[in-house]
Design a protein around this ligand. Structure first.
Ligand code: F6R
Length: 245
């Protein structure tokens, strides 16, 4: 696992956007695993700027997203399909037919199986972008006494519902279940890049980069077993967990 410490969160986003653009330039039909949440928004903004400036071409890129809430359609403004369209896909020259976000409506189990197929279709992701939950969750693989390797339905913890309530009008509106890639799906990606910022992430990042323990109680610690995992944090977060480059 490689840890990169940047001067600021803006710098974290620049480093990761350049990593993604570099991969796309090297392999125009690459497969990207994408994430939602607050963390990747400025990364996507930078990719949009680079695309508009002619520095990166997404016309052949394929994408699969980590997860989607159960019970809200892709047209709902808090669905992850809507998030991806409005924060990235609508603003770059990607073919939306080459983008996949699990369907959050209908038969959830069948939708999870479809996500699993998309994870494998045409080969695994060349790069999987990740955020991290305050409790160490990766995608929606919540801290538990066991983790599931393949795409599945997950019941969100109170901590995750609390953290995501900021995006909804009322806490009761936050869906309590999600379809998510499993930990095995994420570990299968050729490269994983995790971005984190903010003091709420201190316990999760401490477990990830400051000790040698791998535990299902902090799912992110599984990334210690990945051969090409890159963790990008700013110096404020690095300082708060006591990490020295
Ligand atoms: C989103 C996802 C989640 C988030 C995590 C952090 O697709 O898989 O694991 O990455 O909840 O969210 P933010 O970035 O909002 O702190």
């Amino acid at each position: 696992m490689k840890v990169i410490v940047t001067a600021s969160y803006d710098e974290t986003c620049r480093v990761i956007a350049e990593m993604i653009a570099g991969l796309v330039n090297e392999k125009p039909d690459c497969k990207l695993g994408l994430a939602t949440g607050g963390t990747p928004v400025p990364i996507y903004k930078k990719l949009i700027e680079m695309n508009k400036a002619g520095k990166v071409d997404f016309s052949k890129v394929r994408t699969v997203n980590l997860d989607e809430y159960c019970g809200i359609p892709g047209t709902h403004d808090q669905s992850y399909r809507y998030f991806m369209n409005t924060n990235l896909f609508d603003h770059i020259n990607i073919d939306k037919a080459n983008t996949f976000v699990a369907n959050g409506m209908g038969d959830f189990e069948a939708n999870a199986r479809e996500l699993e197929e998309k994870v494998r279709e045409g080969g695994v992701a060349d790069l999987q972008l990740l955020g991290i939950g305050n409790n160490g969750h990766i995608a929606f693989n919540e801290a538990s006494d066991h983790l599931i390797s393949v795409a599945h339905i997950e019941h969100l913890t109170e901590s995750t519902i609390d953290a995501n309530a900021r995006f909804f009008e009322k806490r009761e509106d936050v869906p309590t279940m999600a379809i998510t890639m499993g930990m095995g799906d994420i570990m299968a990606a050729k490269k994983v890049v995790l971005a984190a910022t903010g003091l709420a992430k201190v316990p999760a990042i401490k477990g990830l980069i400051m000790d040698d323990v791998i535990t299902t109680q902090n799912p992110s610690t599984m990334l210690k077993m990945h051969s090409d995992a890159v963790i990008v944090i700013d110096k404020e977060l690095a300082g708060a967990v006591g990490y020295q480059a």
